[in-house]
Design a protein around this ligand. Structure first.
Ligand code: NAD
Ligand code: DAU
Length: 340
């Protein structure tokens, strides 16, 4: 099986590369990533010499480059994760979000179709396309799309293109919509790694608004196992929600982190709320459980402390991300090979 992963140098993508290398020993993986600020090849250190793994630096919006990569590697499966993923950045400037998340998805769909409509295309989307919930209820796969941020609007746009590719051309697509992930290799601009890094350095922890927004947290390896399940067993044209049935108000997550690190709650700073801030996300993941047999394996009570410990043990990784030195890794590993 030849698998093309887009965004494999990011948080979920790099965890997925490690997971697939381990779980499917006869698969070959091509990682297509342009290495934006969120792409970090240090996450994949050691794989450079693995004959089953190839890294290709390219932009998914570059049609010529993408077509050439598809023609060379002829993937049986595309796992599409590349995206601009941070809501706060999309509020400051949405242009890269529209380009990568919408246009990039269309370029990939067209390239995949050029190999034949059988090419399985797994589109990794988000629960944020459904908008926000009140105190009760959960998002199901038939909840109408109602995105509230430029990020989620761009992801909803990409979902619609994937749906259209199935309806119009009969492409072998599946869409997944997952809740908030946590775990190793997450860029420290997102809530959990940011709070760990700040608390460790005795810096303020910025909590938006009243801190009572609720997120449904899933350990990243559970997301990886769900993606593999959907890839292998999902029905073409279907959408599968993925979630942990694990809702927490932000402020409670922040308090758990402080407690684990033995740091005072006086570090918490309530700051101006995110515009358009979704109040609550909760995923009904009964379809993927019922139809494909997937369920999460990790519990927040143990996986959150393990995640905090991972960031403590990988202080140098955090420091290289914060100083920007992680971006030298590509040149160091691949520079000489490129010029030779
Ligand atoms: P991330 O920001 O950590 O990584 C994104 C990766 O995509 C980076 O390696 C980046 O270099 C690459 N990329 C960006 N633009 C590109 C382009 N034009 N061409 C090629 N590569 C490009 O993201 P993440 O948190 O790992 O999320 C991965 C996917 O999962 C995204 O599609 C996101 O919408 C979705 N998702 C994320 C979460 C979450 O909690 N993080 C939850 C549900 C769904
Ligand atoms: O639900 C899935 C989504 O989860 C993914 O599609 C996105 O790619 C991913 O970034 C994440 O989006 P969120 O906006 O929920 O994640 P973030 O870590 O930015 O914020 C989580 C919550 O914490 C949210 O309610 C905002 C809040 N927050 C965040 C930051 C960075 C704070 O209160 N303070 C902060 O400094």
């Amino acid at each position: 099986m030849r698998v093309l992963i887009t965004g494999g140098a990011g948080f979920i993508g790099s965890n997925l590369v490690h997971y697939l290398i381990r779980e499917r020993p006869d698969w070959e993986l091509v990682n297509l990533d342009v290495l934006t600020y969120a792409g970090n090849l240090e996450n994949l250190a050691g794989l450079e010499s693995n004959p089953r793994y190839t890294f290709v630096k390219a932009d998914i919006t570059d049609g010529d480059a993408v077509r050439a990569i598809f023609a060379e590697h002829k993937p049986d499966v595309v796992l599409h994760l590349a995206a601009e993923s941070h809501v706060d950045r999309s509020i400051l400037d949405s242009s890269a979000f529209i380009r990568t998340n919408v246009l990039g998805t269309q370029v990939l769909l067209d390239a995949a179709r050029s190999l034949g409509t059988d090419t399985r295309f797994v589109h990794v989307s988000t629960d944020e396309v459904y908008g926000t919930l009140g105190a009760d209820g959960k998002f199901t796969e038939s909840t109408p799309l109602a995105p509230n941020s430029p990020y989620s609007a761009s992801k909803a746009g990409s979902d619609c293109l994937v749906r259209a590719a199935h309806e119009t051309f009969g492409m072998n697509t599946v869409i997944t919509r997952c809740s908030n992930n946590y775990g190793p290799f997450q860029f420290p601009e997102k809530l959990i790694p940011l709070m760990i890094a700040n608390a460790r350095a005795d810096k303020d922890l910025p909590v938006y608004g009243d801190g009572m927004q609720v997120r449904d947290w899933l350990y990243v390896e559970d997301h990886c196992s769900a993606l593999l399940t959907v890839l292998e067993k999902g029905t073409a044209g279907e959408v599968y929600n993925i979630g942990g049935n694990n809702e927490w108000p932000n402020i409670e997550v922040v308090r758990l982190i402080l407690k684990h690190l033995d740091k005072p709650e006086s570090l918490i700073r309530y700051v101006q709320d995110r515009p358009g801030h979704d109040r609550r996300y909760a995923i009904d993941a009964s379809k993927i459980h019922r139809e494909l047999g997937w369920r999460p394996a990790y519990r927040f009570e143990t996986a959150l402390p393990a995640t905090i410990e991972w960031y403590l043990e990988h202080g140098e990784w955090v420091e290289r991300v914060q100083t920007g030195r992680y971006q030298e890794y590509y040149e160091n590993q691949y520079g000489s090979r490129l010029s030779s």
